[in-house]
Design a binder for this molecule. Structure first.
Ligand code: AMP
Length: 449
């Protein structure tokens, strides 16, 4: 299997540190608002990557951090009057609910920054002891000049760090140095005690403190959106390799392309900002998943209603074909159906080629096109083998190809409601009984007393 790493800018054989184990870390959300469809894109991609690695037999330990202390959270807390910790918990809960709705449930451990302050303090202390970091009156900073390899992930040089988000700090030795600890004495913000005074961690150190604690100084794969390559991931490498003296910190750096809306960047000011909750009011989660997987995870993806409808149609086509396979899947079925052999090989070759889901989806349609007219003449074994293959593909993609019977159970439910109404009427509770009737009528049911 070949996987592209941003560090080497090439695809490499996926050789892990510990045989069939994969330690995977993906940057999680900053929990100050509801997750949007761009988050959905990134986390569906990594969920699918984990599913595929597991399908291949790897035991994957997948950690996501939750950034629950940050300027955005503090600002939102001040605006809303809700304490920062309460605000962060609320949006963390909503984020995890949204992910479950998208069938994104592969994360083994959510690690909050605020639960790892001890590890953060310890890492900062070691960086100071080794001469990589220094204290000033407003914080502790990493001294970029002490790490000449800075820039190897993003291919940028030290000067470009001028754009760093901590540039406003004036007490640094060099404007490029980045904050490990921000002193915040006597301010109305959440702070933690530290050897350098009360304050809070810099943004980058939370991730390396967490990954060092759970994985050690070196691990297999680290993911996130493209926007995080610089300065965030660059700073992570700098801190971790400096403190451990071991390189590389991460073997495979995986970055997802951005999701844009109708060709434009998604932003609140452009009024094209769509939360996952809003999306799911109109579309099935599986449609969105299929839409995301129809583009390679590293490429930008353009969200539009048209392309979502296209995905809906494609999924319907696969489901119709699946329905025609009127057999039950069972173990140990041998099939030498050549059309299936050809397209399932194409499917897995594509997934082995840096998780190329659009090519793998094309292979499913290759199979459908080449076999749909032959189905009536196929032996049951061949149909079972096709169905088993489609089940595997559906599992890897995190969708189902079964046609859902949306009316299943609704007759029983109506009967129950009707019985309840009869009892209400018998007890002369006409108001409530009429209200139920009116609401059912508004939903399109024909209720006749
Ligand atoms: P944030 O909540 O901004 O800290 O982002 C959490 C993760 O979502 C990061 O890996 C981001 O790169 C990713 N992300 C944010 N916006 C988008 C977007 N529009 N498209 C794809 N990924 C995104």
């Amino acid at each position: 299997m070949n996987v592209y790493s941003t560090l080497t800018r090439s695809k490499q054989d996926f050789v892990t540190i510990n045989k069939n184990r994969v330690n995977l870390f993906v940057c999680g959300p900053t929990v100050y608002d509801d997750a949007h469809i761009g988050h959905g894109r990134t986390y569906i991609s990594f969920d699918t990557i984990k599913r595929y690695l597991e399908y291949k037999g790897y035991a994957v330990f997948y950690i996501q951090n939750i950034t629950d202390i940050d300027d955005k959270i503090i600002n939102r807390s001040k605006e809303s009057g809700i304490p920062a910790s309460q605000l962060a918990r609320k949006f963390e809960k909503r984020y995890i609910e949204d992910m479950h709705k998208l069938n994104v449930n592969g994360v083994n451990l959510f690690a909050r920054a605020t639960d790892h302050v001890d590890e953060i303090l310890d890492q900062i202390q070691r960086l100071i002891d080794k001469g990589f970091a220094y204290e000033t009156e407003d914080g502790v900073y990493f001294e970029i000049e002490k790490f000449p390899e800075f820039g190897k992930l993003s291919n940028r040089n030290i000067e470009e760090l001028e754009s760093h988000r901590d540039i406003a700090e004036t007490t640094k030795k060099n404007p490029q140095d980045f904050a490990l600890w921000k002193k915040r004495e006597g301010v109305d913000e959440p702070t933690w005690p530290s050897p350098w005074g009360d304050g809070r961690p810099g943004w980058h150190i939370e991730d390396t403190a967490i990954t060092e604690y759970y994985f050690g100084p070196q691990y297999d794969a680290h993911g996130g959106g493209l926007d995080l390559i610089f300065p965030h991931h660059e700073a992570e490498i700098t801190q971790m390799e400096a403190v451990s003296g071991k390189a590389p910190m991460v073997k495979f750096w995986l970055h997802t392309g951005f999701l844009n809306v109708n060709g434009e960047k998604m932003s609140k000011s452009l009024n094209n900002f769509i939360t996952i909750r809003e999306l799911l009011e109109d579309y099935a989660p599986e449609t969105f998943r299929f839409f995301v997987l129809s583009t390679h995870y590293r490429s930008p993806i353009d969200f539009s209603k048209d392309s979502l409808h296209q995905s809906e149609k494609s999924l319907d086509r696969i489901r119709k074909f699946y329905e025609q396979l009127d057999v039950e899947v069972c173990e140990n079925v041998e099939s030498d159906y050549e059309v299936l052999a050809k397209w399932s090989k194409e499917f897995f070759d594509s997934m082995d080629d840096d998780f190329n889901t659009p090519k793998a989806i094309a292979a499913l349609f290759g199979l459908i096109n080449d076999s749909k007219n032959e189905l009536d003449n196929l032996a049951d074994e061949d149909k079972i083998a096709i169905k088993a293959f489609l089940d595997d593909a559906a599992h890897i993609f995190g969708v189902s190809f079964e046609t859902e019977d949306v009316n299943a159970g609704s007759d029983d439910l109506l009967e129950l409601i009707s019985e309840v109404r009869s009892e209400l009427r018998a007890n002369k509770q006409y108001d409530l009984s009429d209200k139920i009737r009116d609401n059912l009528q508004a939903l399109g049911f024909d209720i006749n007393d």
